[in-house]
Every structure is written in structure tokens, then in C-alpha cells.
Write a protein that binds this ligand. Structure first.
Ligand code: MIG
Length: 812
């Protein structure tokens, strides 16, 4: 009976029946603690035959593992890359509870029954197990229930659609090819079992490191508790004590790995479609960008460049001089990105090396009966590399040699949920086994959610072997926690509707706090064709997203920036140009993301966790540390109200200063996106270039927005493509400014000068000045060549030798 339910009802329905069927189905909950053993990093609790370990992984990070039968399996994770470094701990064992203290955080383990609460030393409760539902399991299934206080919000879970706050909804984690997904579609492409709980400024994080089909229920089943669990594997979760959401994101990304510094060109504008063909069309697209002087850095070739959709081949009818085309694009500063899907056409003895060598090396996924699994995808009957095997990943990585030798810059791994045609489950059957290096194998259910991750791991590692001193660029559709180590990603097959434009921002923001900062959407929408205003608005917003790629489906109308006439083209070009002007700032912020895990696109809850009134609008965010963006995503924009976050802000376009927490009412024109710069920030910019390969002319521009408590900015530059920065070949300059009655002082302090930038001079623009200064001084010298712009309320001057340390002063 229950088996029938399970098969025929969608997961959310099954979940809502849970309370009724839980007991009947034989859920068992962890019982009374009978024995407490101290471990070097925590405690092991024995309850009947069950053992529970609560340990401290690092300062502020606890870990909980449960072995229902008392035997902990080998400790292994696809996600975790950090090694534990347990701080000093204290264990207080009393009759009713055990307290495990590390620094300012306490795990209080109540004994009868075993319930775990995490508190701050100050007594503030962060999160407590639901009193009536200790952790439980049922056959292979397992689940953890936590108390759900009123007003607590839940943020994260990767690419889930809908509001960023996941409260009142339930989600399944099962990587799924979800063409034309909608707000209520679930599951989607990625499984990132991590979230932040946030209540009145108190924040904590939980990462449930389990790759099986999982589910998170934030108040759908029950109003007083939320829960997370999976259909197999282990109860194994990490608790992050913060204290701030930022610290939680930093700690989580340290645990599972951060985005690597990407090649600079991947931050430029990228043009794609399904598919540019034949070759002449690719040339035409490239030429149109250059003729119209619309900057672009990459053109993508989707599956039709291949011979009958067969990965690692080229259709010579359509692309007779493929090699020359790649070279010619490169010569124009345009990178070629090729799709290379993971399904290998089952095509024995026709000279198709990927199949023949893979079969010979025995790297394809098998079924339980030992036969190779064959499934239909784009090339027809296909086989699939066993990416969980190191030797299969190595073999896959080697397949990139030819394309890499030709100078193809980036690779796109689509369909890696994995997506399979002509089956109801859209993926591999459960009897597929995935082999592991130690000679064992796991069922598909255990590996499904990491299959795409291991696919892009293989691609990225392969490219690193082929071009050891080039940063690889890989784009993936499926992901598990930590996949940002190997690839950038996008939100899959969206639709050309205003609704989708609106859904995009919260999804990208959720990805960012889930550790995945190099993310974008299909600008203009994949399915369907955007009306002119929609494409224009989308290109405007995209300028302030991490990945900026226009893409559309087969059979749709052309979707390049110029397709709707001169008026739209001019607006779109202006925003794409703005993207390039901002590259010094964007690259600096992306370097920060690679170093700290703080995403480029930051939801307001990261910056203002104390003020829910500022983050209840999911569509507004900070782009890097300094810019506040309020996208226009409505077709008929009546009056738009922008609630600025605390502090003073400057209109990014006009330089106009706002007052604290100003509510701005506006009717944004089609070419207007509200963007504000934080008072107390310094934003580096450059001149427009047609691609990142072109050296900008003129000085570096430094926009100084005085005010705030800690006025600062920085600049990071390096060669943009190699790993030489790891050897110190980079430039880092820290800028600061101080406002006093007598004047404004701006300081440049070079932290590291291991790289010679393209500029010598810097043009400094100081905003927010009601009147012109009396004089401008750099060091001891008075500058004569400066001017005051009364419209922008800004003083403008140039420092010729700006690469060294300097102090500039505006004297009033
Ligand atoms: O079944 O490669 O999401 O971006 O253009 C469709 C063709 C397969 C899905 C991807 C989309 C891509 C398309 N792919």
C-alpha cells in the first residue's frame, strides 16, 4: 500500500502524508543515552545499539553523525575538502545532559531521549531538536527534526525557485532536467543541502552532507518543527554557529571549497544559442558584435556543431574549417565555448574513439547484472562514464586534448543530472551501479546527485592537465555542494517571460549563499522569445549578475542584443559597456569571492541580518561590496519604490546623494536600472573595451563616495588567465578616504605590487561635494588641473603616477 503511494505520488504529497504514515511505517527514533564516551574532539553517545557522535570540526563548526546499528561507516564525503582542526573542548556530563563547549558555542545534549540543542555561551538558543521528534530512521530512510521558532527564516538550498525564504515549503533534492521550470517546480537541477536559519539577527547554518535523494521540509508537514532527511546514507550534518550569515557562508565554503578565481574573459559578455550553425553564422555573429561595437568575450557552440550530436566530434558539413574558425574568433578576442555532453554515443568499431577507448578501458557505467548501461540521449543510444572512478575521470579529461590544442577556451557540460530520454524518471534506473576506487560500488540513488559534480571535476582536472597554467572554464548544469570548485553554472532552461526575469534574482542570490557564486541565467530566457522590452530589461539586470550570457532554445527568434532595432540596441549596448567599465571592480570582487566565499551577488540578509525589513524584498541585492541594485523586472512598471538599506547612498548614474534609509519613488524609464553606491566606498572602473583581451586606454578611474564609517575600496589585478597569481604575480591596492571639516583625504596603499597593470594614471572622482574645494593636493604638490562638476557634485582630478602609495587631499 505505502509502496504504491510512494511510486504514484509526487514527493511533496508523500511528505504531507508523513505524520499519518510515520509511525505505521516503523520509524524508529533515537532513545535514551546510556553511556557517554569522551572523544578527543567531542563525545560519543550510546543509546541501545545506536551510537551518536557530536564533535567539533573547527572553531564554530560542530558535526553530528548517527550510526543506528552502532557501526559508523568509513568517513567519506564528495563535498568536504577541509580537514578538521578541533579547538580545545570542554565536556560536562551530568545526570540529565552533556554539554560540549568549544569557544563560545555549546552543544547541549539532553539524555532522555537524546536531543541536541546548539546555543551560544551567552545562553541564546540557536537551534534545538524538536522535543517530540528525536532523530529517526526507517529502513534506509533517515531524518532530523528541529524546532521551528516563529519568525525564523530559512535561506539557501541552491537553485530552488520561489522566495528566498524557504519557510512554509518543502523541497526535494534530486538533480533533475527541468525544462521550462516554474516557481513551484521541484526538484530542479542542483542539490545543495545547506541553509542558513535566521531569526532576529541570530543566525546559524546547517549542511546535511548526504547525496541520496533528500528532502527539506520547512513547516509544510508541521508548524512547529522543520526537518531534513534522505532515502539512504547517513545522518551526517554540520552545524555552523556563525555568528553572522557572512561568517556562516565563509565557514561553509571553507568546508566544501570555494569558487576558483575564473579567467577574466568569463566575466565579459557571452553570446550563445541552441545552436549557431553553420560556421558562416558564427562568423556573422562575431562580426556583428565587432561592427556594432557591442563588447563580447565568448560565443558558445551548442550541440549542432557536432556530427549527429555526438560528443567530441565536429560536423564537417556545417563546420568545414572548424579549426580556422576557432583561431579567427580568438584573433578577434572572442573565446569559443563548446558543449561536450557526458553521454558517449554507443557506436562501436566506427572509429569513434571516445566509445572505443572507453569500452576498452572499461570506464562506462554498469547495471547490477554487470552489463553496460545504455540509455537514449542526443546521439541516440549512449553509454556514460563512471565518473566516480578516478581512472574514468582521467580518461574523460583526456578527451579534451584535441579541442584544447585548437585553442578552445571553455567547455559546457550540460545534461549531467544525468538526463536520459524516454524514461519516466528522466534519469538512470536505480539498478545502475557506480564503481569507486576502492573496488566497491554504490547504487545510482547514492550517486545521482553527485554525478554532474564528478563530471565537471573530470573536465576541470583534465583541462588542468592539458594546460597546467591556464585557469579552466567549465559550465555545469547539475551540481552538489562544493561543485563551485570545478565549474560555473547557470539556472537551466528558463522561459522568456517577465515572471522568469523576476524569479531569476532570488535564485541567483540563493545560489550565492549556498556557496555557488559563479552563476548566471539564460539572458532573455531559453524557452520562447522575449518581447523587446523584456530582453532589454534582462540585459540590463544581467550586467549585474556574475555570469552574463545570452542564450536561447532551438527554433526561437534571434536573441542577440541588436535584434529589436536601434533604440533597444543602444540601451543594451550601454549596459554591456557598463559591465566592461565595471570590470576592475567586478574582478576585484570575484577575487574576494574566491578567497572568502562571499558571493559577488549578495542578498541583503548577508549585509543587514539584523534588519528583516531590508531583506524581505528578494530582488534587491548588493553587487560586490559597494553597489546596491534594484532590478526592474515588471512589464508595466508603475511607481517603483526603492527602499535603500541603512546609511547614505549615491545614485550610481547621477552621483546624487540620498539621505539615510530613504524611500525612493520613481518611474524608471526603459533604460534605467536603479543602482546606488554605498557612502564609504571606492569603486575602480575602466574605459570600455570590446573584449577583455583589449587593453583599456586612459587612466584607471576611481569613484570615491565619501561617508560611512569605514570608507574604503580595493583593486585586484593580475594577468587574468594563468596561475601566476599564486606565485605572487598580482597587484592589490587598498584605497581609503576620510572626511574631516577641513577636507577629504584619499589614500592609496599598495599591498602587493607583483603585477604591472595597464594603467599609470588614475582619474579620481570624488562625489557628494556641495561646493568646489579650494584646492587639491597630492602629497606635497598642489594640483592645478582639476575641476568641479556642479551637476554631479563631484571633484575630478588625475594622478599621473598612481601606481604607488599616495595621499590626495581636497581642501575646503
Ligand atoms: O535537451 O544542448 O539546458 O541550455 O541549449 C536540451 C541543448 C539540451 C539543455 C540546456 C540548454 C541547451 C540544450 N540542452
Amino acid at each position: 500500500m505505502l509502496g504504491i503511494f510512494r511510486r504514484s505520488l509526487p514527493p511533496a504529497v508523500v511528505l504531507s502524508l508523513a505524520p499519518v504514515i510515520l509511525a505505521a511505517q516503523g520509524w524508529q527514533h533515537v532513545g535514551v543515552v546510556q553511556k557517554v564516551d569522551k572523544l578527543p574532539d567531542g563525545v560519543e553517545l550510546t543509546c541501545g545499539k545506536t551510537k551518536v557522535r557530536v564533535t567539533v570540526f573547527r572553531e564554530g563548526i560542530f558535526r553530528v553523525r548517527v550510526a543506528p546499528n552502532g557501526a559508523f561507516p568509513k568517513d567519506f564525503s564528495w563535498a568536504v575538502v577541509e580537514t578538521p582542526e578541533p579547538p580545545a573542548i570542554r565536556v560536562d556530563d551530568t545526570k540529565d545532559e552533556v554539554r560540549l563547549t568549544a569557544g563560545s558555542v555549546v552543544a547541549r545534549i539532553r539524555k532522555s531521549p537524546l536531543l541536541i540543542d546548539f546555543l551560544r555561551g551567552t545562553g541564546d538558543m540557536l537551534v534545538a531538536d524538536a522535543p517530540d521528534k528525536p532523530m529517526g530512521w526507517n529502513g534506509g530512510q533517515l531524518r532530523v527534526w528541529k524546532r521551528m521558532p516563529e519568525e525564523e527564516g530559512y535561506y539557501g538550498l541552491g537553485d530552488k525557485a520561489g522566495p528566498m525564504n524557504r519557510r512554509n515549503r518543502a523541497f526535494t533534492l534530486w538533480n533533475t532536467d527541468a525544462f521550462a521550470w516554474q516557481e513551484s517546480t521541484d526538484p530542479l537541477y542542483k542539490s545543495i543541502p545547506f541553509f542558513i536559519g535566521l531569526r532576529k539577527g541570530l543566525a546559524y547554518g546547517i549542511f546535511f552532507d548526504n547525496t541520496w535523494r533528500g528532502s527539506f521540509d520547512f513547516g509544510k508537514e508541521d508548524h512547529d518543527s522543520y526537518s531534513f532527511g534522505a532515502e539512504g546514507g547517513e545522518i551526517n550534518y554540520y552545524f555552523f554557529a556563525g555568528p553572522t550569515p557572512k561568517k556562516i557562508v565563509e565557514d561553509f565554503t571553507a568546508l566544501v571549497g570555494r569558487t576558483k578565481l575564473p579567467p577574466l574573459w568569463t566575466l565579459g559578455f557571452q553570446q550563445s544559442r541552441y545552436s549557431y550553425e553553420p560556421e558562416a553564422r558564427v562568423y556573422e555573429i562575431a562580426k556583428t558584435f565587432r561592427d556594432k561595437k557591442i563588447p563580447v568575450d565568448a560565443i558558445y557552440l551548442d550541440i549542432d556543431y557536432q556530427d549527429k550530436n555526438t560528443p567530441f566530434t565536429v560536423d564537417r558539413q556545417k563546420f568545414p574549417t572548424f579549426e580556422k574558425m576557432v583561431t579567427d574568433l580568438t584573433a578577434q578576442g572572442i573565446h569559443t565555448v563548446l558543449i561536450t555532453d557526458l553521454h558517449i554515443k554507443k557506436d562501436p568499431d566506427h572509429g569513434y574513439a571516445p566509445y572505443d577507448t572507453g569500452a576498452k578501458d572499461d570506464v562506462f557505467v554498469k547495471r547490477a547484472d554487470g552489463t553496460t548501461y545504455v540509455g537514449p540521449v542526443w546521439p541516440g543510444d549512449s553509454v556514460f562514464p563512471d565518473f566516480t572512478l578516478t581512472r574514468a575521470r582521467d580518461w574523460w579529461g583526456g578527451l579534451y586534448k584535441n579541442f584544447s590544442d585548437l585553442g578552445v577556451s571553455g567547455f559546457w557540460n550540460d545534461m549531467n543530472e544525468p538526463a536520459i530520454f524516454l524514461t519516466i524518471t528522466k534519469t538512470m534506473p536505480p539498478d545502475v551501479r557506480h564503481r569507486l576506487d576502492d573496488g566497491t560500488a554504490l547504487p545510482h540513488l547514492a550517486i545521482h546527485n553527485v554525478f554532474g559534480m564528478q563530471n565537471v571535476r573530470a573536465t576541470s582536472d583534465g583541462l588542468l592537465k592539458l594546460r597546467p597554467n591556464e585557469r579552466p572554464f567549465v559550465l555545469t548544469r547539475a551540481a552538489y555542494a562544493g561543485t563551485q570548485r570545478y565549474a560555473a553554472t547557470w539556472t537551466g532552461d528558463n522561459v522568456s517571460t517577465w515572471n522568469h526575469l523576476g524569479m531569476s534574482t532570488p535564485m541567483l542570490l540563493s545560489m550565492g549563499i549556498s556557496g555557488y557564486g559563479m552563476v548566471g541565467d539564460d539572458i532573455g530566457g531559453f524557452a520562447g522569445s522575449p518581447e523587446p522590452n523584456l530582453l532589454t530589461r534582462w540585459i540590463e539586470v544581467g550586467a549585474f549578475n556574475p555570469i552574463y550570457r545570452d542564450h536561447t532554445a532551438k527554433g526561437t527568434l534571434d536573441q542577440e542584443p541588436w535584434v529589436h532595432g536601434a533604440k533597444h540596441e543602444a540601451i543594451r549596448k550601454r549596459y554591456i559597456e557598463e559591465r566592461y567599465r565595471l570590470l576592475p571592480y567586478i574582478y576585484t570582487s570575484v577575487e574576494e569571492m574566491a578567497r572568502t566565499g562571499i558571493p559577488l551577488m549578495r542578498p541583503l540578509l548577508l549585509e543587514y541580518p539584523q534588519s528583516p525589513e531590508f531583506f524581505d524584498d528578494d530582488r534587491e541585492y548588493l553587487f560586490g561590496p559597494a553597489l546596491f541594485v534594484s532590478p526592474v523586472t515588471a512589464e508595466l512598471q508603475d511607481t517603483k519604490v526603492v527602499q535603500l538599506p541603512p546609511g547614505t547612498w549615491y545614485n550610481y548614474w547621477t552621483g546624487e546623494k540620498t539621505s539615510d534609509r530613504e524611500l525612493i519613488k520613481m518611474n524608471p524609464a526603459l533604460d534605467e536600472v536603479p543602482v546606488y553606491a554605498r557612502a564609504g566606498s571606492i569603486v575602480p572602473r575602466q574605459q570600455v573595451v570590446q573584449s577583455t583581451r583589449e587593453t583599456p586606454t586612459g587612466p584607471l578611474e576611481l569613484r570615491v563616495y565619501p561617508g560611512g564609517e569605514d570608507c574604503k575600496g580595493s583593486l585586484y589585478q593580475d594577468d587574468g588567465h594563468s596561475f601566476n597569481y599564486e606565485k605572487g604575480e598580482f597587484l592589490r591596492v587598498n584605497y581609503s578616504c576620510q572626511v574631516a571639516t577641513a577636507g577629504i583625504k584619499i589614500v592609496s596603499a599598495v599591498e602587493k605590487d607583483g603585477y604591472k597593470p595597464w594603467w599609470n594614471a588614475a582619474e579620481i572622482i570624488v562625489y557628494g561635494l556641495d561646493k568646489a574645494p579650494q584646492s587639491v593636493r597630492v602629497g606635497d604638490a598642489m594640483i592645478r588641473d582639476w575641476h568641479y562638476d556642479p551637476v554631479q557634485h563631484a571633484a575630478v582630478f588625475t594622478i599621473n603616477d598612481a601606481k604607488n602609495n599616495w595621499i590626495a587631499e581636497l581642501i575646503f
